[in-house]
Design a protein around this ligand. Structure first.
Ligand code: HSE
Length: 313
């Protein structure tokens, strides 16, 4: 016998947000993964269906980000031998895009188990389990800059991923995110392997100043200050070569009025922040025209900051 089940939505996210490599992330609306979970008689967690993944995701629970996140939570609650759960994962976002696809699945897995068991844990306490799931995708201890905003919503500052110490910043009202995502995949592992382990002191100083100013801008709701600090002078110059015509797309976004524009997470998606939805739309059109010129297939997303994060649908 199985119960009718519950459905969870976990949103896509933009990691790094220009000036905060591995320490800033924000959540968007509309795009994300869905997971249906049902309670069944046979104890243990199983993945019974995956759609939208083009056969790229394993059904083995311990090798699947949603599965492992859910399993770790079930084990933590001491219910693995007692409760039976089936997952149906509906991938609704592109892989290797820099939009936190694996993190969204991991968050959905942890949320689903918690909701099915009538919320034994608070939402924010699910973070370590979602991070355990996400670690499959990164191959190392996961960074919380996608997982935390997907779970909690809003704009998140990650002081530490392990143990998790994350802080939600007050998002400036009206802020809009435009994302352009090409039909290309970049694996985060690969995009990290090209990064230099050395940072010139002057670059460190400038990037720290911009990150500090970003936090101040959010607390002061100061959109012009935000526009001055949305820059990545350390990581973006090293990764830009992985994304076709990156600088031209960025210039087009800034000329159309974006406050800032940089690589979303490890790329290849590019994001821009704008002060309102009309500018965000113009920014999307400008970025799109640039890639159209070169015949690069892409999708544009536009969204306010998602303040809720993962939710039961
Ligand atoms: N911040 C990571 C990176 C991506 O840019 O490599 C997600 O954790």
């Amino acid at each position: 016998m199985s119960t009718p089940g519950i459905k969870i939505f976990a949103p896509a996210t933009v990691g790094n947000v220009a000036c905060g490599f591995d320490v800033l992330g924000l959540s968007i609306e509309g795009l994300g993964d869905e997971l249906i979970a049902r309670q069944v008689d046979e104890p243990g967690l199983r993945i019974v269906k995956i759609t939208g993944a083009k056969g790229k995701l394993p059904y083995e629970v311990e090798k699947n980000t949603a599965g492992l996140a859910g399993l770790r939570l079930l084990q933590h609650l001491g219910k693995e031998q007692e409760i039976g759960i089936e997952f149906e994962l509906r991938k609704k976002m592109p892989f290797g895009s820099g939009l936190g696809s694996s993190a969204a699945s991991a968050v959905a897995g942890a949320m689903a188990v918690n909701e099915l068991l009538k919320r034994p844990l608070e939402k924010r306490d699910l973070l370590p389990f979602a991070l355990a799931g996400e670690s499959i995708a990164t191959g190392t201890a996961a960074h919380a800059d996608n997982v935390a905003p997907s779970l909690l919503g809003g704009i998140i500052l990650v002081r530490s991923s392990n143990p998790p110490d994350v802080h939600r910043l007050p998002a400036i009202p009206g802020l809009q995110v435009t994302i352009i995502s090409p039909k290309l995949e970049i694996m985060t592992k690969e995009a990290r392997s090209i990064l230099s382990s050395q940072v010139p002191l002057s670059d460190f100083v400038q990037q720290s100043a911009n990150l500090g100013a970003f936090v101040a801008a959010m607390y002061r709701q100061d959109i012009t200050l935000l526009g001055r600090c949305l820059k990545d002078i350390i990581i973006e110059p090293q990764r830009a070569k992985l994304i076709p015509h990156f600088s031209e797309v960025q210039d087009a976004a800034l000329e159309a009025g974006a406050l800032g524009c940089s690589i979303s997470g490890a790329g290849p998606a590019i994001f821009a922040l704008s002060s309102n939805s009309l500018i965000a739309e113009a920014v999307g059109n400008a970025m799109s025209s640039t890639w159209e010129k070169y015949g690069i297939e892409h999708t544009i997303y536009q969204s306010p900051i998602n303040l809720e994060g993962a939710r039961k649908m």
